[in-house]
Design a protein around this ligand. Sequence first.
Ligand code: FPP
Length: 258
Amino acid sequence: MRRLLPGFNALPEENIPERAEPRPLPTHVAIIMDGNGRWATKRNLPRIAGHKRGVNSVRKITRHAKARGVRYLTLFAFSTENWLRPTEEVHGLFDLLRYYIRRECRTLARDGVRIRFIGDSSELPADLQSMIAEAEALTATGEAMTLIVALNYGARGEIVAATKRLAARVEAGELAADAIDDKMLSMEMYTAGFPDPDLIVRTSGEQRLSNFMLWQAAYSEFLFVDSHWPDFDEESFDQCLDRYCLRDRRFGGLRKSG
Ligand code: FPP
């Protein structure tokens, strides 16, 4: 086995100070659903078969997150960079989203789950844009949980657009540049009004953010799990919550005893 350099840890978790008392559950969990393609390739199936199975996980984890009392669940469904994939896969993903919205919306409304989409919807097919608007309207009164689907979402684009809107107000003389603070910038993000994610999970073993929630993740806890998204189930989610509850969050301050 390759020797680790001094200061490197085989299991990064071991280095993270744990709390003596578990902390409360996260209010907002965000998931980078990775590994659908690998799941399918391992089974000699087309990549879209992995995405299809991924929709099952979306359904299961949404129901379970709500049952566990999570108030906000964000799922990264399509990034602004995912247009680089073959057209067939992109269209396949949009078809799955149509299928999901058509099939799930009433159930979400019945269960008190409000669905919201973040990202640049103006670049999506027109019928999908209408479906998104209808789904948001149909579930708007849901109070049990907010399911946020990041679709054609890219964090750098989000930050640039937010900055431009504030700059335009400065240029128009409506806002003093000096008055801009982090709260004001937060209110210009797609996520305005939602709390920042307490926990960001990425499946499939990759350890990067891939242009996801760069602004909102300032103090998020991160968990990288090996399962591919189609294999990520209720038990995997519970394990993530358990691990989160043992993390010591200090937000730049000092460790509290207990
Ligand atoms: C990443 O796996 C996954 C995606 C880019 C798409 C995720 C979409 C879904 C699960 C279905 C639709 C979503 C909803 C909310 C209904 P990958 O294909 O990059 O995996 P790989 O790295 O193994 O190739």
